[in-house]
Design a protein around this ligand. Sequence first.
Ligand code: NAP
Length: 311
Amino acid sequence: MRPLRIAIIGFGKIAGDQHVPSIAGHERLELVATTSRQGKGAQGIPGFADHRELLREVSDLDAVAICTPPSVRYDIARDCLEAGLHCLLEKPPGVTLGEIEELACIAEGRQLTLFTTWHAQANPAVDAAAELLAGQRIACMEINWREDVRKWHPGQQWIWEPGGFGVFDPGINALSIAAKIFPGPLFVREAELLFPANRQTPIAANMRLASPSANGDIPVVFDWRHSAGEAWTIEIETEAGMRLKLLDGGGRLEVDGQPRATEGLGEYATLYRDFVDLIDERRSLVDLRPLRLCADAFLLGRRTIVEPFED
Ligand code: NAP
């Protein structure tokens, strides 16, 4: 079978760290081009300044992985779908729900695959947690997502611009896991967004989620001002007394205090396996739940101004 010829658009940190090795590791995929306005790219692979040049110059492309910041993804994805290409979108898939719904319509009309990836969902520990929680009632649940923005986003200015998501850029990973494992609908009940006086996006957020399947509100803390290591944890207790703890951003699971062994391909290898399967089946997978929770937090959130943030 002919390999699927794929290009990476927006060659930054995640493209180099995860997309290049995962594409190389999939027997059906061949990386044939990359784009970057600054001329970055993968060794030995032709690079182009932007997606328009790529679409003009590279023939026989089948698919693209769009790894730019989310604010420019809609225009790029639209052009790529209209050029007949299957599209994998990094998370968050865009900056509004409306633009992703529009992309989904275009993909459907052209029988192309649109895949809104949520890498944290692709952990086997997250699948195991979802299975254990299916049909259960939740007695209590807590989400803590704290990290040092200087360590994880050094020099990235787009995260502070409108549509850059701020602390919701990592926080949406927690929401993507919660949306996958929670045995019922989840809503934002209350949100406080803490904006540095000199920035357009929040550096921290305190929220309360609610659900008819939970006994009380679900506290959520996102904080980028955390210099002592990382805490990416979700803790849950069911009404039947089972205690689950997801650690390391969904990478590890404990059940009733005991580690639960889980095996899988790894986040990005799983995403590319699923992308190829979706293309073969001529299907899209568009999961808007994490972006909706995030959008609702911004819609509902109280704004608190905190001290200015300098890189
Ligand atoms: P990044 O290092 O800043 O890379 C983004 C790349 O997109 C840049 O190298 C830039 O390349 C290009 N770009 C920036 N603005 C653009 C524009 N206006 N038009 C076209 N291209 C533009 O960011 P990243 O950390 O890789 O994150 C990219 C996406 O992946 C984000 O949505 C993020 O949430 C997601 N993600 C990141 C991580 C992580 O650990 N970093 C993990 C999972 C998911 P040029 O300036 O050379 O064009």
